[in-house]
Design a binder for this molecule. Structure first.
Ligand code: AMP
Length: 282
């Protein structure tokens, strides 16, 4: 595996591959790898002849007061994991080679970006789209793989790729979880023991909604209320950011669960903001 650090090196390497007729898969990440990232990498490796994993804690997607400065880093361990998962290139640029001091161009999907996580993180998806488009352009990848944990992110990237006729396929992987159901996240290490103990209730609450749907409940508001009741009882340390039932592609609110519906949430435990979601099937 090669480690590349500049946009030009990545562009040249991927161009060489393309000229040699080799397809390229891309997995964008911010590092601190867990099994969720590894599942993306292994899957991506099966989709193309060459695999690029990017490891870049993108400052543009963090708002003021968010956890950019303390975002967990372990480049040595990540390098070994990316290699073991079959990456041909690990792209680890610094912020200054990705963003010129007078960087002024942004890609945004504003209607989708202001919903869900966008309500408390207004510039987040603009930062995500901009860096992901840069990575798409540099790698000229045939396929990029994202995780369903960040459902809104993959939905927005799909829309961006479609709207701008990007010649890339977007694939997704299911949410990788701890044995007790907590979605794996680089931020889980920041949870205090009692917060960690309650964090599994996030997923349990969402699963409760599916159980109610199985019993015939279709009213999205009632389903949301039932989940919130679970959390009030069992997740007293949690502070709700949002809980919504929305169309999985458009992210528009759903009134009645008559087709697969995304129930997505963000919950603060202490200072840690955790996201999770479930696709509810009627
Ligand atoms: P991050 O490093 O957190 O920016 O995530 C990089 C990619 O890994 C994104 O596409 C995420 O959706 C995906 N990812 C993060 N956590 C998980 C998880 N628990 N299961 C599946 N994919 C994940």
């Amino acid at each position: 595996m090669e480690i590349l650090t500049t946009p030009q090196e990545l562009r040249e390497q991927c161009l060489d591959w393309r000229v040699a007729g080799l397809t390229v898969a891309l997995v964008p990440t911010m590092g601190c790898y867990h099994l969720g990232h590894q599942s993306l990498m292994r899957h991506a490796g099966e989709l193309a002849r060459r695999l690029v994993v990017s490891l870049f804690v993108n400052p543009a997607q963090f708002g003021p007061g968010e956890d950019l400065d303390i975002y967990p880093k372990n480049v040595e361990r990540d390098t070994a994991i990316a290699e073991a998962c079959g990456a041909d290139v690990l792209f680890t640029p610094s912020p200054d080679v990705m963003y010129a001091p007078d960087h002024a161009t942004w890609v945004d999907v504003p209607e989708m970006a202001k919903k869900l996580c966008g309500q408390s993180r207004p510039a987040h998806f603009r930062g995500v789209c901009t860096v992901v488009l840069k990575l798409f352009l540099l790698s000229q990848a045939d396929v990029a793989v994202f995780g369903n944990k960040d459902w809104q992110q993959q939905a927005i990237i799909r829309r961006m790729a479609r709207d701008l006729n990007m010649p890339i396929r977007i694939e997704t992987r299911p949410i990788a979880r701890e044995a007790d159901g907590l979605a794996l996240s680089s931020r889980n290490i920041f949870l205090a023991p009692e917060e960690r103990a309650q964090a599994l209730e996030i997923q349990r609450g969402l699963q409760h909604a599916q159980e109610l749907v199985n019993h015939g409940e279709k009213d999205a508001v009632l389903l949301q209320k039932a989940v919130l009741r679970c959390w009030t009882e069992r997740l007293p340390l949690g502070r709700l950011d949002y809980l919504v039932a929305v169309h999985p592609e458009t992210l528009e609110p759903v009134i009645c669960v008559e087709a697969p519906t995304l129930m997505a949430c963000a919950v603060y435990l202490g200072k840690v903001r955790l996201i999770d979601n479930i696709l509810l099937y009627p």
